[in-house]
Write a protein of this length. Structure first.
Length: 281
């Protein structure tokens, strides 16, 4: 089977790309059609559009992630395959009555739509077979790895429900497809965060303050407030999606987080790994 490094734009998955060469390195880009969140560099927008094969306006992650992937490609000396699916705007479910259903901790469909399905689509069309996929789980993240492994079938494969065909009447023909056989090289080799941080200290690869969507609802409200200071327009996008009946979180609305007047500067050390948000199966 072919090997694939699943890249998120963070230091950990980038470490895997640099130290565990695979047949393919794949990055799924989260896009938005909201021009208020447009990437400011027209030239970079065109470069990204060419890579993903569709128009790129902006991402709801830190814009630095674009530099990360371009820098990393130069650093590892291998082409990185960029994929993308629907824009985040298009994934939000709206009924005929106008009711909106946002992703949340009980229905985390954004990860599936924005990360998993685009990569599965690429695997299905280009490779036509399941792959061994490496994920950036560190030595202290065995619980995350075990949760993923618990979802695999009897042969160790993760399966995903998707549609690549149509019925005769035009409806989507849904089926279950083999996605990948998960592999965790950093757990096997006992690699922790300090090793990864030290590795990137003197390397010419730029990294965002935090990867994943700036408004990821897995993050603590205090961290979301810090992100709203760093990325006001993108956090406003998240706030604009909410209604009184449709929220990202059950405890607080994003418009209220944005309006908070924090009493002290929030430092990076105030947050831990559980605040960072995770995009994975």
């Amino acid at each position: 089977m072919k090997t694939v490094n699943s890249l998120s734009g963070g230091k950990t998955s980038s470490y895997i790309a640099a130290n565990y060469p695979a047949d393919f390195d794949v990055f799924s880009l989260v896009r938005t059609s909201d021009k208020n969140c447009m990437h400011p560099d027209k030239k970079l927008r065109q470069i990204v559009s060419d890579k993903i094969g569709t128009e790129f306006i902006g991402t709801l992650e830190d814009d630095v992630i674009i530099h990360t992937m371009l820098d990393l490609e130069q650093f590892i000396g291998r082409e990185i395959t960029w994929v993308t699916g629907k824009t985040f705007d298009e994934t939000i479910i709206t009924t005929k009555k106008g009711t909106r259903y946002l992703p949340n901790k009980m229905a985390r469909y954004c990860t599936t739509e924005l990360k998993t399905i685009p990569i599965l689509t690429w695997i299905h069309k280009e490779l036509k077979e399941a792959v061994v996929m490496r994920f950036g789980y560190r030595a202290n993240e065995t619980k995350r790895a075990n949760r993923m492994l618990e979802k695999t079938d009897s042969e160790g494969f993760t399966n995903v429900k998707a549609t690549f065909k149509k019925h005769k009447d035009g409806r989507n023909a849904w089926d279950v497809y083999r996605y990948c056989k998960p592999d965790f090289p950093l757990i096997k080799d006992n690699i922790y965060k300090d090793t990864i941080e030290n590795y990137w200290t003197d390397k010419n690869v730029r990294f965002a303050y935090m990867n994943n969507c700036v408004g990821c609802w897995w993050r603590s409200p205090l961290l979301l407030k810090k992100m709203s200071n760093k990325h006001p327009k993108k956090m406003q996008w998240f706030a604009d999606q909410e209604t009184n009946k449709s929220k990202w979180r059950s405890d607080v609305m994003y418009k209220d987080i944005i309006s908070w007047n924090t009493q002290a500067e929030l430092f990076d050390d105030d947050f831990n790994e559980c605040d960072s948000g995770y995009c994975g199966l």
